[in-house]
Design a protein around this ligand. Structure first.
Ligand SMILES: [Zn+2]
Length: 257
């Protein structure tokens, strides 16, 4: 019990760190160190106002100096990381697997929210995932739904990248516009490296369906057209998580093997 609470608190702290990255990485602020400040009034945040989750409620979701609303995203990210770390800790008893999953969770959460807001995926994160995804093949048996066969991993990376690259190319030639970015291609390469080439068709298909479902209401209300830019990274990540949990079962159902 004590251990679980401790892991949850560590997760909250990493959630705070994730929030800093989500805010600073797209603005290419060199340093991730340094004191946090309110994005609205730029006043430095005192340490006692910077306690994950707790401060949000004590301050009633408002900045102490300018009283402007603090985005609930800060709270959401902290809670995702807290519960994420806890679930990983409770379900995986292989330490190496737990650490790998925790680092991946951190990077995917940061990418998810950056892409959602800014329509970009920083290369540092994409390359970080690729390196991690490739090096996990050389670790002892992780017992995760990742592939640990290096050849499956490398082919997955290449097919993942090419699949999005081809979509970008076709969009450019046929419709003369950019549907997705190379950031999405690199993100997909990371998924292929993690799960192997077998995962790429599934993740592509499910992310496209998810994207369509999310855009559909605003298409109907004509708030957006098919030409509007939509962030695709969050759907790739969501589809990747579904594959992580249910990939095997779904493939068996579809292929009947
Ligand atoms: Zn403020």
């Amino acid at each position: 019990m004590i251990n679980s609470i401790f892991i949850f608190l560590i997760g909250l702290c990493f959630g705070s760190f994730a929030n800093v990255c989500i805010y600073r990485l797209p603005k290419s602020k060199q340093t991730l160190a340094g004191r946090s400040y309110c994005p609205k009034c730029k006043k430095k945040i005192k340490w006692f106002d910077n306690i994950p989750v707790l401060s949000y409620f004590l301050l009633n979701g408002k900045c102490r100096s300018c009283k402007k609303k603090i985005s609930p995203q800060y709270l959401i990210v902290e809670l995702i990381m807290g519960f994420g770390f806890l679930l990983i800790f409770l379900n995986y008893h292989n330490h190496l697997a737990s650490i790998l999953l925790s680092v991946l969770l951190l990077m995917y959460v940061i990418i998810f929210f950056i892409d959602l807001k800014h329509f970009i995926i920083p290369d540092t994160l994409n390359f970080g995932i690729m390196i991690l995804a490739l090096s996990k093949n050389f670790l002892s048996d992780l017992d995760l739904s990742f592939t640990q066969i290096t050849m499956h991993s490398i082919i997955g990376g290449i097919i993942g990248y090419l699949s999005i690259w081809i979509i970008i190319y076709l969009y450019k030639t046929l419709k003369k516009m950019e549907g997705m970015g190379l950031g999405d291609a690199k993100l997909m390469a990371g998924i292929g490296l993690l799960f192997g080439w077998q995962s790429v068709p599934f993740v592509l298909f499910v992310s496209a369906i998810l994207g369509l479902l999310m855009v559909l209401p605003s298409l109907v209300e004509k708030k957006k057209s098919l030409k509007s830019q939509i962030p695709f990274g969050p759907y790739i990540i969501t589809a990747g998580i579904i594959y992580f949990f249910y990939g095997d079962i779904l493939y068996q159902m579809v292929l009947g093997v």
